[in-house]
Design a protein around this ligand. Sequence first.
Ligand SMILES: [Mn+2]
Length: 464
Amino acid sequence: MSHKFVLFLALCLSSFLISAQNSADYPQDYLSPAFHAGRRDAFKAAMSDKGVAIFFASQVRVRNDDVDYQYAQNKNFYYFTGLHEPNAVLVMFKRPVTLLNQTGTEFIFVQKRDPYKELWTGKILGEAGVKLKYQIQHVFANDEFTPNTLDLSTVDSVYSLYRDEAIFTKYKRRLDPLARMANVVDSSIVSLKKPLASRFTIQILSSLRGIKQPEEIALMRKASQISSLGHREVMKAIHPGMKEYQAQAIMEYHFKASGSEYPGYPSIVGASENACVLHYTTNLKQVNAGDLLLSDCAAEYHGYTADVTRTIPANGRFSPEQKLIYDLVLKAQDAGIAMCKTGIPHDRVDAAAREVIYTGLVGLGIVSSKQDARQYFPHGTSHHVGLDVHDLGPRTLAPGVIVTVEPGIYIPAGSNCDKKWWNIGVRIEDDILITATGNENLSAGSPRSTAEIEKLIKERSRFE
Ligand SMILES: [Mn+2]
């Protein structure tokens, strides 16, 4: 077959592939090519005149033997491209350059089509498919990414995080294709003594990723709604005798059944003393009458994750002590949410919630002074959330910023206070979108007040 004919066949096949995936049989609510192009333009605008930005896809990683982990794309690479394949690298310049006889500011090197590989692991878009689907200026096969292609001699600054991304070199006894490309960048930077602007790269990414665009807000809204649904269904199903992992299963069933690819982070589902362990993910204990069940679980949807925590009584009613602690955490959360306004420094959210909790713990006689209160509230109240569960974002709140507000009180058995407080662990966490006029609680779909939670627990569930 002639070279032209092969190219023609490849083009036919990739347009078929694109149209097949554009059918109603597949989700259609992904970020648009125009969104990713806009993000690339914004990054380029923030670079130095002779700068180059280099962002790698995530590597395929071995789980054990010949089984890989489920592939999850690198979030920065995804933000700028939308591509969900490994073995690719995006290169951006501020001013047009010529690479491989093509002049422009954006070049992506992707894996080639390979019928044998595709038989095992599914379609690869290839150069023509990526060009058609993502509209990046110039698309090449990744074996063209060589020291000659990537001439950094005229570059004054390299914007990249590849050294922080722990790229390993061997994959199933051979050099990983992505590691080979990272080596190309690394040897070029070392031999030409070019400065690697890692810190400035993170600063630019924070300023961009921290302000969510309308298309991102739509996906965050969806991730939060799915997460809220999971929490509601756990409330309806909870009963003494249920295992922590069964509550987790109900939660994650609703995530997956709603189109979420996977939880945004390992689900934390802890009863009683396990509610006092901040990142408990063992989830094996039985939930008994009188226990509080703390679930810190959220869905990821098309790359964006929510981060939601609810704490509920296993037998349907908060005990008087549990209610006192719960209401104090809720009051602290409301104080934190009240700070979520345009122009307010982000750390004021933590300060407001912390003041309520410290004062309240003194008031309840659990500690004698505010200085002693930190042991029961040992973590921060708020972080950015988006592509990453602990996302990059600006220090001052602005429209489009999304932060969590998540105060908590944890009193493990053996604490230096009245035994009636022991094994109470409460955290309430919501995802708050800052708007021009105030804020919006994206995860308000699952109840926060003790009365509403007790009411919902009374509803029947088909998972009981
Ligand atoms: Mn969180």
